[in-house]
Write a protein that binds this ligand. Structure first.
Ligand code: HEM
Length: 501
């Protein structure tokens, strides 16, 4: 009774934002569509408005469904919303080194600085020749085995980021270095479900049950994940150290970090921060860009008329004697409109990465409690029908003025988040996406497979669910657009394509 009264006395003077009525103990978790929670939150916003309060077990959760509120809180009051939720599962699985998941503070700042010095737009431009080289390799792979398009996309996105971070150039789609990271991510994705995270967060005592106890296999898998996570941090870093000692002159995040260390005098904590940031970047950069490109392929297969418009633009500007280079970008606005629409149509990180509130706040007469988890519903913002009429349709023209030039809406927030924790790899991702989209459209016509009468056999794509969402591999056809295309002709085309700087 005393506790109850004490709680009453300390009730905030402002009400919490409106939201669904929670059940005792579990809160609102039973109402959420676990495979696509952003859809539930979008539904809630229709009933309760763009700022919604809910509770998952004992955790306060604030959901932001509009760009206006996201800017007001995450950007205008950025330091108060730059924390991340403290999840017990991050330590359990050995991924608490990850820049994207770590609390706001000195350790995060150090890691973010390493990212910034390598991936800010001026520095990221050093990677353009490497990105161009790897996209030409993707073109060759597509010519050899077009039916493995999604594997080739995965190889492209992982290879550009692992090159940019560690100066490591994978030689095949199943390169062992790439798999060092892939295997731990697959293991964690399989066991670290939102339900497991919610229950373990609310009742951490469960973790004191021995791992041999029925139902506690999560502890055994977590021990394996911790070992593999150490390999993920150490093994690629050792490769970069070797390359540095051999005198490599390629640009790479780890080398930039070493140079910074020489200036600052180094130190164990700084070296560890560099290792941890590098390992984070590999994960953060590969799956997201791959997800966006898989969405692009689906959109193209569904919209042959959009491909035709893109072909007309590319043929007029680039011609058929070479492939697009980054220098062509200003003359190819329709390609950029397609990329923006891809990122809007299916924001690949639909709920962004959750933020957390540093201290109590008041917004628009509502109390935002300290420690609350903040979900930024980027999906809702991307499907705001006032800003984007017919939001479920794929319409690149919404980003073009009637004279064909690009509008000022570059969907950066919707794709890459708001405030101090927004994506630090956006400039690099932007170039990789541009190269992939422009080169694929220069070379290929994409469609659904055909039946014996030559009609399209469309399929209903299934979507991956998790922190990133994208269409799972689906059957599609890649036919060369240029007559007589073979390995020799492609080689001539890539040879004729000067390296953009
Ligand atoms: C199309 C590709 C990409 C998309 C859509 C994307 C999207 C995002 C989003 C939505 C966030 C969360 C922002 C927030 O918390 O408000 C994020 C964070 C982050 N991204 Fe990306 N990203 C992409 C590519 C990359 C690349 C290539 C890198 C590495 C160079 C990268 C590194 C990071 C890091 C380190 C964070 C955490 C930032 C922090 O917590 O301070 N991302 N990204």
């Amino acid at each position: 009774v005393r506790r109850h009264h004490k709680k009453d006395r300390s009730l905030p003077p402002y009400p919490l934002p409106p939201g669904p009525t929670p059940l005792p103990i579990i809160g609102n978790i039973h109402n959420v569509n676990i495979s696509a929670p952003w859809l539930t939150y979008a539904e809630w916003s229709k009933v309760y408005g763009d700022l919604v309060y809910s509770r998952f077990f004992n955790q306060d959760v604030i959901i932001i469904n509009s760009e206006k509120i996201a800017k007001a809180l995450l950007e205008d009051r950025s330091s108060n919303y730059a924390d991340r939720p403290h999840l017990i599962t991050n330590t359990l699985f050995g991924i608490d080194f990850n820049t994207a998941l770590m609390p706001y503070g000195g350790r995060w700042r150090l890691q973010r600085r390493f990212f910034h010095q390598t991936f800010k737009a001026e520095s990221a431009s050093r990677f353009v020749p490497m990105q161009q080289r790897r996209i030409h390799l993707l073109a060759h792979r597509l010519l050899e085995s077009p039916e493995r398009v999604f594997e080739h996309i995965h190889e492209f996105t992982t290879s550009v980021i692992i090159n940019a971070i560690y100066d490591y150039d994978p030689v095949s789609p199943d390169d062992p270095m790439v798999d060092i990271i892939g295997r731990v991510c697959r293991l964690i994705a399989a066991v670290n479900t939102p339900e497991a995270a919610g229950i373990l967060g609310a009742f951490p005592i469960i973790l004191s049950i021995p791992s041999w106890f029925p139902g506690m296999s999560i502890k055994r898998k977590a021990a394996l994940a911790r070992t593999w996570a150490r390999d993920w941090v150490e093994i690629p870093f050792e490769h970069a150290l070797r390359k540095q000692n051999e005198g490599s002159t390629s640009p790479a995040m780890v080398f930039d970090g070493f140079r910074e260390e020489d200036k600052m005098g180094g130190g164990t904590a700084r070296l560890q921060a560099l290792k941890d940031a590098a390992a984070t970047g590999f994960l953060a950069g590969s799956e997201t860009s791959g997800a966006a490109l898989m969405t692009f392929v689906l959109a193209m297969v569904l919209h042959p008329a959009i491909q035709d418009k893109a072909y007309a633009e590319i043929d007029a500007v680039v011609g058929k004697e070479r492939l697009p280079t980054f220098d062509d970008r200003p003359s190819l606005p329709y390609i950029d409109a397609i990329i923006r629409e891809t990122l809007r149509w299916n924001p690949v990180v639909p709920l962004s990465v959750p933020h957390a509130v540093v201290k109590d706040d008041v917004y628009d007469g509502y109390h935002i409690p300290k420690g609350a988890t903040v979900m930024t519903n980027l999906w809702s913002m991307a499907h705001n029908e006032f800003k984007y009429p017919k939001p479920f349709e794929f319409i690149p023209e919404r980003f073009l003025y009637s004279d064909g030039t690009l509008t000022s809406d570059n969907v950066q927030n919707i794709a890459f988040g708001f405030g101090r924790r927004s994506c630090v790899g956006r400039a690099f991702a932007d170039v990789s996406m541009w190269y992939a989209v422009a080169t694929i459209l220069a070379l290929w016509r994409m469609s659904f497979p055909k039946d014996e009468l030559g009609n399209d056999v469309p399929c209903e794509p299934k979507w991956a669910s998790g922190m990133t969402t994208y269409p799972l591999p689906f059957p599609c056809r890649f036919e060369p657009r240029m007559p007589g295309m073979d390995a020799k002709k492609l080689e001539e085309l890539t040879h004729a394509t000067s390296v953009a700087v």
